[in-house]
Design a protein around this ligand. Structure first.
Ligand code: FAD
Length: 449
């Protein structure tokens, strides 16, 4: 009897341990992906379009044999098992709050057909790196040390021919892969991910430690959408870098450790997708009401009058992408200059980002707001103008995204000493004043520093 390989966040054929366990159990398999509304709905058009482009690429790599079905996986997966009389269903594990619940429901619905999980989307599966007493790490640097010591497997040697793929034919369960309705997306799929990785590894990586903070440069890997959907696995990257120890490689490894760390944090504390990791911050007051809504709309649309903030938010709307440094600046601005709750910003990010990922998004937001792991310095309030001058010193990034400022030269584009040019708004708040308000609110719940 055949197996079912149910693809989820592992849209690739190389370095995929699931294929090894499926091929141990069966000679043939049905390749399945389930379009699940519970995941698609909050994704926003860009991430959905990138996903469907990745499905098309996977289908090509499988010679047109990917069965794409739609509906609740607890109904659809057993239906596929019945249709093909499959003996087992193979997956790579999902440790997110929704994925865990979904897989429990599917395992129950499958009754005596085993749901076999092999591997995960992380270098080290969430929950595996613990303190000697078995408790989870709460601080990144300690996690990273233990994570490095724990280590990871070598890449699994797999490909399209690891198992025979059954042609699913015209089964009534099959639905067409939806057309992508947005453009300017990164090229999709495993081949594109590998191409991007090699380009970065053999070029920019050596300068990564210095260039990664400059939003005007193409100084980072751009791999996050591919990592999100598993078009490439972090283990592949870490293995490629095993003998490289220059600053670029060391810093890049550390960024991959952040990804694993936040997945681990969410695994241990699934409720922190919605609530403060540090409950001391539950007492902080955020603004609400029509004025707050108007400020929020200005932030979303990139018309705050703070050029680096507006550039980032407009890039997010136009491309579903934002540089890490700019994500920190706009998140600090929302929580500490506009006094709006981090989860409002996080929800907007999740709707817009091509790489939107619950663990990385919610916990980076919490880190910026000060209520997350690492006892982040809640009293540090980014000055958006100084941040712009420091990390976009030529002003190139801002001019690229804010056409009203195209004629303002050099770093003056951040401070606008002659006032905003025609068509560009005055700053919607006074940063110095709002900084004091934020510090005052924080001081009420935490001892001042
Ligand atoms: P690179 O600099 O090339 O880094 C390589 C990889 O390391 C990334 O692809 C990513 O997988 C991982 N990584 C890097 N920085 C971080 C980090 N701070 N936390 C976790 N993993 C990291 N990343 C997401 O993948 N999805 C999100 O939804 C997301 N939301 C964020 C929200 C905020 C407010 C902030 C401050 C950061 C967020 N990040 C998120 C982290 C980071 O901004 C992106 O991973 C990075 O910008 C992606 O670009 P890159 O692939 O070129 O990164």
């Amino acid at each position: 009897r055949p197996a079912v390989v149910w693809f989820r966040r592992d849209l690739r054929l190389h370095d995929l341990p699931t294929l090894l366990s499926a091929s141990d159990a069966a000679d043939e398999a049905v390749a399945l992906f389930v379009l699940d509304d519970a995941l698609l709905r909050p994704s926003g058009p860009r991430r959905r379009a990138f996903l469907t482009n990745c499905l098309r690429a996977l289908d090509d790599d499988l010679g047109g044999r990917l069965l794409v079905a739609q509906g609740d996986p607890a109904t659809v997966v057993p239906a596929v098992v019945r249709e093909f009389d499959a003996a087992e269903v193979h997956i790579s594990s999902d440790h997110g709050p929704y994925g865990t619940r979904r897989d429990e429901a599917v395992a129950e619905a499958l009754r005596d057909v085993p749901l076999v999980a092999t591997g995960s989307p992380y270098a080290v599966t969430p929950g595996r790196v613990t303190k000697p007493d078995g408790s989870p790490y709460k601080v990144f640097s300690a996690f990273r040390r233990a994570w490095s010591e724990h280590g990871w497997h070598s890449p699994a040697v797999t490909g399209a021919d690891t198992i025979g793929w059954i042609d699913p034919g015209d089964t009534g369960l099959r639905v067409p892969v939806p057309e992508a309705t947005v453009d300017s997306l990164p090229p999709a799929g495993e081949k594109a991910a590998l191409r991007r990785w090699r380009e970065f590894r053999d070029g920019t990586l050596d300068r990564y430690a210095t260039d990664r903070d400059r939003p005007a440069f193409d100084g980072t890997s751009g791999l996050s959408p591919y990592l999100k959907f598993g078009c490439i696995h972090p283990r592949t990257l870490l293995h490629d870098l095993r003998d490289r120890n220059n600053d670029g490689a060391v810093t890049f490894r550390s960024e991959l450790a952040w990804r694993d760390f936040y997945a681990d944090v969410l695994f241990h504390r699934p409720e922190t997708a919605r609530t403060n990791y540090n409950a001391d911050f539950d007492a902080i007051t955020y603004d609400s009401g029509p004025d707050a809504d108007e400020l929020f709309a200005a932030w979303c649309e990139g018309r705050t009058g703070f050029p680096i903030v507006d550039a980032g938010m407009r890039q997010l709307l136009a491309e579903g992408v934002m540089h890490n440094r700019v994500r920190m600046i706009v998140a600090s601005f929302l929580t500490k200059d506009l006094h709006l709750p981090w989860w409002r910003g996080a929800r907007h990010f999740m709707r817009c980002l091509v790489d939107g990922d619950l663990a990385s998004n919610q916990h980076n937001w919490q880190w910026t707001a000060g209520c997350g792991t690492d006892a982040a310095p809640y009293f540090r309030v980014f000055n958006p103008t100084r941040q712009g001058e420091k990390f976009d010193p030529t002003g190139e990034y801002v001019r690229r995204w804010v056409p009203e400022l195209r004629n303002v030269e050099g770093s003056r584009v951040h401070s606008l000493p002659d006032g905003p040019p025609e068509g560009y708004p005055e700053p919607i708040v006074d940063h110095a004043h709002e900084r004091r308000v934020a510090l005052d609110r924080y001081a009420r719940i935490r001892p001042p520093r």
